[in-house]
Write a protein that binds this ligand. Structure first.
Ligand code: ATP
Ligand code: MG
Length: 415
């Protein structure tokens, strides 16, 4: 019986891979222009990292982690997100001793045991950016600008930016009290999970996806009415910087984001279908994971959802041709020459193919056409004797005669 890929995972066959190369290329280029460098961390971590770093009241920790004991009986978890591992690596590699800020990015697979649906997989991919060391509002705006610029470079127009401020450990308890007073009256109608959140982290209830909970939280008090002066002026500054860059946004007091660690600024970039990018400031996380007290801000951007949005908007993703030159051959001696010539051309970067299927010349040319070869040529006794090749440009049928030994000239012509 045929074995299928596990539910919620997707192969990336060659006819899709070019889209990923293109998108990742744009993201890497934009990162570079913002002085953001790549960091790579392991695919799995000690479970403890996510318990502490993501938070015990989050969906991720409560329902979604791929956790198992390895043969040494350690509890291991496949990365459900990139922030906690990046913070761990920042601390472990003592990057906090270097000149700050530290600007990092990653492109990683993430693993979450989710209910599989459109835009919701069990292995998905994220482009993430984390900036450590600066508490200034300009860095919040810079990180948001980097996300927006990446989407703009890819040609996306339908995405909107929502921002909010979640306060800090000084002002949030007051809000939590107000929220609890409000929710108390409707406690019985909350879903089971939200009942457990009520004591530990009532704000998480605002992010619940259950309809019954949404009904209750619709008219809940909003955090912006409770934030302290420091958080309020930080938020004003972030908005001023965004205005200075002419980045449009909406303040949405309803967004709280799925993770426990956020403080002050949070943001989401979304379309009608889903959130593509989410992030914000998390000034307490580095300390929580055992590092020094140090502010931080970042985001995660889902690549499957990004590519789905590109396709929905009809944005064409550039696809490089597969083959520059197809060399057909008549007879054994010609095949060996074609074989050698192909390798010489490949060595200088020309995408070259020859016949490995015992096809007739006619079938070869049909095949060359099918794979979209830009040029074709046929090597036979005549060509070998005269040491000349006729290269046919497939787009218009024009022929070019070149010396068989002049590799550079062939390369120049077909490139
Ligand atoms: P959601 O509210 O949709 O569950 P989230 O708050 O769990 O999202 P984050 O943890 O902030 O998402 O991850 C950042 C981004 O990663 C999301 O905006 C989304 O684009 C992507 N993402 C998250 N979970 C999945 C998933 N299961 N499948 C595909 N993409 C995902
Ligand atoms: Mg989620």
């Amino acid at each position: 019986m045929e074995i299928q890929a596990p539910k919620g995972t997707k192969d990336m066959p060659p006819q899709d891979a070019y889209k990923w190369h293109y998108v990742e290329g744009v993201l890497r280029d934009v990162s570079k222009s913002y002085g953001v460098r790549e960091i790579r961390t392991p695919m799995f971590e000690h479970t403890e990292l996510f318990l502490r770093g993501v938070g015990e009241t989050t969906d991720i920790v409560q329902k979604e982690m791929y956790t198992f004991n390895d043969k040494g009986d350690r509890s291991i978890t496949l990365k459900p997100e990139g922030t906690a591992p990046t913070v761990r690596a920042f601390i472990e590699n003592r990057l906090f001793n270097e000149a700050q800020p530290t600007k990092l990015y990653y492109i990683i697979p993430c693993f979450r045991y989710e209910n599989v649906q459109k835009g919701r997989l069990r292995q998905f991919h994220q482009y993430g950016v984390e900036v450590f060391g600066s508490k200034e509002a300009s860095i919040d705006a810079e990180v948001i600008s980097l996300a927006m610029e990446s989407l703009k470079k890819l040609g996306l127009k339908s995405l909107s930016l929502n921002i909010n401020n979640l306060g800090c450990p000084k002002c949030r308890p007051k809000y939590n009290e107000a929220l609890k007073r409000y929710l108390e009256e409707n406690y019985d109608n909350l879903c089971g999970i939200c009942k457990t959140r009520f004591e530990k982290n009532p704000m998480r209830i605002l992010d619940c996806k259950e309809k019954s909970c949404n009904e209750i939280t619709k008219h809940a008090p909003i955090i912006l009415d409770y934030i302290c002066e420091e958080c309020d002026s930080h938020f004003t500054e972030v908005k001023n910087y965004l205005d200075a860059l002419k980045i449009q946004y909406k303040v949405d007091p309803g967004i709280v984001r799925g993770l426990d660690y956020y403080t002050k600024t949070i943001f989401e970039i979304l379309n009608d279908d889903f959130t593509v990018c989410g992030g914000g400031r998390y000034d307490k996380l580095i300390e929580e994971i055992g590092g020094p007290e140090m502010p931080a801000v970042g985001f995660g951007l889902g690549l499957e959802r990004l590519i789905m949005t590109l396709e929905k908007e009809g944005i064409e993703i550039p696809n490089e041709g597969l083959v520059d030159l197809y060399i057909g051959a008549r007879g054994e001696a010609a095949k060996t020459s074609a074989f050698v010539l192909a390798n010489k051309l490949r060595a200088i970067g020309i995408k070259t193919e020859i016949n490995h299927m015992g096809r007739s010349i006619k079938a070869e040319m049909k095949y060359a056409n099918k794979i979209g070869s830009a040029f074709t040529t046929i090597l036979g006794d005549d060509e070998l004797q005269n040491k000349t090749l006729k290269l046919k440009r497939m787009s218009d049928g024009e022929q070019f005669e070149v010396s068989l030994d002049n590799i550079e000239e062939i390369a120049k012509l077909v490139k």
